[in-house]
Ligand binder design. Structure first.
Ligand SMILES: *[C@@H]1O[C@H](CO)[C@@H](O)[C@H](O)[C@H]1NC(C)=O
Ligand SMILES: *[C@@H]1O[C@H](CO)[C@@H](O)[C@H](O)[C@H]1NC(C)=O
Ligand SMILES: *[C@@H]1O[C@H](CO)[C@@H](O)[C@H](O)[C@H]1NC(C)=O
Length: 282
């Protein structure tokens, strides 16, 4: 009898740990030949989706591509800060064809606090309705900055760095100026002309919104190939001032409140059922 109790308790402990482990939805990337909106976000219920245990947390991401297609991805343990919304705008031009494209992305990254996954349709919806991307018109203002030209002298690129990791300039083999500025608790700059091929010129504006303390991290990367120092700090500041993505924390949390209320009710009911169950056993 004692032995039975021992195993039973062990079972309960293991079972509880299993229940308390982080759970996330995981699916293969879903591609759509239309633009996803908050009204048609696919839920993670397809055959290839499963609920799996995560080490750190979950993520759900929507990407909108220039050709009108979209992608949705439910992921586990992505390399992104949890309790955050990440928004990215990217404008790039293929050097040989001169073709420009704009892509936009939003991801919601979370740590599940209970047994249900947090990378849900509801949460990515909240992230989308709280985010305002720059318009196409605003983005196209910088097309001349990244226009591919044949006149290029790598030695004219701006070369400064106070970023922890910044590639070295290689005048002999570089094909475009790169400028990266990260605005967070401090400003970090990395400007150089690194070795390597330049298939596209681009600008990339990446913002992380931290939901825990309502702060944000902006990171802008500019890759241009022009005569002169197109990767100047002034040019990147101009991008920052014009192409900022806005995130409404209040809207996000106001809309979250109603969802949490119903989750709390469910948890309370589970607790009550658990108590009844215990009484019955004894
Ligand atoms: C989009 O995909 C659906 C189903 O995969 C297909 O039936 C439809 O013809 C496609 N539409 C376009 C415009 O490619
Ligand atoms: C890096 O350089 C910029 C521009 O000179 C300066 O504003 C910033 O404070 C510097 N950051 C650090 C970490 O030294
Ligand atoms: C806000 O939260 C992020 C992520 O936890 C952290 O890295 C950052 O230092 C915090 N900022 C402030 C001002 O507390």
């Amino acid at each position: 009898m004692i032995l039975f109790n021992y195993y039973f308790e062990l079972f309960l402990i293991v079972h509880a740990r299993y229940l308390l482990a982080y759970k996330c939805h995981e699916c293969q990337e879903m591609i759509f030949n239309y633009s996803i909106t908050i009204d048609n976000i696919p839920s993670p219920t397809r055959d290839d989706c499963k609920i799996i245990t995560a080490e750190n947390g979950c993520s759900v991401y929507v990407g909108w591509f220039d050709d009108g297609t979209s992608a949705v991805y439910y992921d586990v343990d992505p390399d992104l800060p949890f309790d955050s919304v990440v928004a990215k705008t990217e404008r790039k031009v293929t050097v040989w064809s001169g073709e420009y494209v704009t892509n936009r992305f939003i991801s919601y990254n979370c740590k599940p606090s209970n047994i249900t996954p947090c990378n849900t349709v509801d949460n990515i919806k909240l992230a989308i309705i709280s985010t305002v991307f720059p318009t196409d018109e605003q983005i196209q203002k910088f097309d001349t900055l990244i226009v591919p030209t044949t006149e290029f002298y790598g030695s004219l690129c701006l070369q400064v760095s106070n970023m922890t990791y910044c590639p070295k300039t290689n005048i002999l083999s570089c094909q475009q100026c790169i400028g990266i500025i990260q605005y967070f608790q401090q400003i970090d700059i990395c400007a150089m002309c690194p070795a390597g091929k330049a298939v596209t010129n681009f600008l990339d504006y990446y913002t992380t919104f931290f939901l825990n303390n309502h702060t944000q991290l902006d990171r802008i990367t500019l890759a241009c190939r022009k005569y002169g120092a197109c990767n100047s700090i002034e040019n990147i500041k101009r991008i920052k001032n014009t192409l900022i993505t806005k995130f409404d924390f209040d809207k996000f949390f106001q809309s979250t409140a109603s969802i949490i209320k119903s989750t709390t009710t469910i948890l309370f009911m589970m607790f009550v059922i658990g108590l009844l169950h215990t009484d019955y056993r004894e």
